[in-house]
Ligand binder design. Structure first.
Ligand code: SF4
Length: 191
């Protein structure tokens, strides 16, 4: 289906309170009756909020359905010119960021050599991480290169960020990491 930028903006403006089904119909997308019916039942009477997938720089458009204050569904926005209602497998699982009974909700720790994970106190875990970072940095810190160049860095710690973290957190994490002398930093904060 060819969708111009003008069409997208026109439908986006008019479908703010509509459902994904409404958006599809407005664009003339043909769904089979069975599929349309199933979709309608699933999100019937739900509020629809346009949003964006947080996982990568493609920035696929999504529709979030909320009913009685509860998130009930997230799917691709068919009005978007670049993802046209689709999401990759990772994006299709965004709902599980919010609801997933298998997601750990406590701090888990596996001692060196142990086979089992155990629940630990958050304060203990944070102290443990701080202690290991300090020890590692002290043992590996390089102040100057052999030619005398001042570098103040450690090559032994890697800082990895994620796209689901917000700009403010990533800003602080960058300052924190570079302040420690970490140079191996990867952070998917491009959106
Ligand atoms: S749905 Fe997939 S491709 Fe699209 S923004 Fe999310 S992770 Fe990236």
């Amino acid at each position: 289906m060819a969708l111009s930028r003008r069409d997208f903006l026109k439908v986006s403006t008019g479908a703010g309170v509509g459902t994904a089904l409404g958006g599809l119909a407005a664009l003339g997308v043909s769904l089979t009756p069975a599929l349309a019916r199933a979709q309608e039942l699933r999100i019937k009477d739900a509020a629809t909020i346009p949003s964006i997938c947080p996982y990568c720089s493609v920035g696929c458009a999504t529709l979030i359905h909320v009913k009685d204050g509860e998130l009930i569904n997230i799917e691709g926005d068919p009005r978007s010119p670049h993802n046209e209602g689709t999401l990759c497998p990772k994006g299709a699982a965004i709902y599980q960021l919010h609801r997933n009974p298998n997601r750990p909700t406590k701090v888990m720790h596996r001692k060196p050599g142990a086979r089992e994970w155990e629940v630990v106190d958050l304060d203990w875990a944070m102290d443990r991480v701080a202690q290991l970072v300090k020890e590692t940095r002290d043992e590996t810190f390089i102040e100057r290169l052999p030619d005398g160049t001042l570098v103040n860095m450690t090559p032994a710690i890697f800082l990895l960020g994620g796209a689901t973290l917000d700009n403010e957190f990533n800003h602080v994490a960058q300052k924190f990491g570079r302040g420690l002398g970490i140079v191996a930093i990867e952070n998917q904060a491009r959106i």
